[in-house]
Design a protein around this ligand. Structure first.
Ligand code: MG
Ligand code: MG
Length: 252
């Protein structure tokens, strides 16, 4: 069941997402060769608590950390570790909080120091695909218009979209209906309505779309070892178009 939110509820979801946005900006500024992701995880958790928020992922279905830190061929749900990041790595950071009864959820992929041209291109296209999807999140549009816009942008660039993970509704639960695949034909699925709050989150692989889960039970990696990138925003569908609640520049 899709839960529509009132303007007041959307304000609360915005507040929660702005905490996420601020923290992701701080984390981004800390990413450099020699830093480890366990440090970033602790920083994220400390900053959330300083803001009166609770890290949303820690303990979620048993996930042991506050931050999902996925390096290079890791797609999503990577465990933070003591291993130092090195020049040329790419790091996907997915973070969420619960604040005032509502969830925030956002992700980005950043380069560690100087990265290869192909890694930069993968990150750029993944972020662009997120915005292509968001553009389709309009009243009277269809759910799969978002999916299709993401897939088209990614595949036109020669990359592939991960199939087994999806975007999702978000609100007083971290994951609500509807599920939002990053692929599909346009014009299908539910009609989009004012008051829907959703997390759009393309996961894009340099090569094939297949992934496998490591023995830790969480970390998803590309099957062929190619790089993977992930960008996510929580948005609200409004009469004035999509509002990006987790925008890191304060706009929406
Ligand atoms: Mg997320
Ligand atoms: Mg999400």
């Amino acid at each position: 069941m899709v839960v529509l939110k009132s303007p007041k509820e959307i304000e609360k979801i915005h507040a929660s997402n702005q905490i996420v946005a601020k923290i992701l900006s701080v984390l981004e500024s800390e990413v450099k060769p020699g830093v480890n992701t366990l440090y970033l995880d602790k920083l994220a958790e400390d900053l959330a608590r300083e803001n009166g928020a609770k890290p949303a992922f820690k303990g979620y279905r048993g996930f042991p950390y506050s931050l999902c830190a996925s390096v290079n061929e890791a797609v999503v749900h990577g465990f933070p570790s003591k291993r130092a990041l090195k020049e040329g790595d790419i790091l996907s950071m997915d973070f969420g909080v619960l604040f005032g009864g509502y969830y925030g959820d956002s992700a980005l992929t950043v380069g560690v120091g100087k990265v290869s041209k192909s890694a930069r291109r993968l990150m750029n296209f993944t972020e662009q695909a997120l915005y292509k999807g968001i553009e389709k999140a309009v009243v009277n549009g269809r759910l799969s218009d978002i999916s299709h816009a993401v897939q088209k942008h990614v595949e036109d660039a020669g990359f592939s979209v991960v199939r087994i993970f999806v975007g999702h509704g978000i609100g007083s639960s971290l994951h609500e209906d509807p599920q939002i695949p990053n692929f599909g034909k346009p014009g299908m699925g539910i009609h989009l309505k004012t008051g829907m709050t959703i997390a759009v989150e393309p996961m894009v692989n340099e090569k094939g779309y297949e992934v496998e889960i490591l023995e830790d039970g969480w970390t998803a990696v590309t099957k062929d070892g190619g790089l993977s990138a992930h960008f996510e925003h929580t948005i609200a569908i409004t009469n004035n178009g999509p509002a990006i609640l987790s925008a890191r520049d304060g706009s929406r």
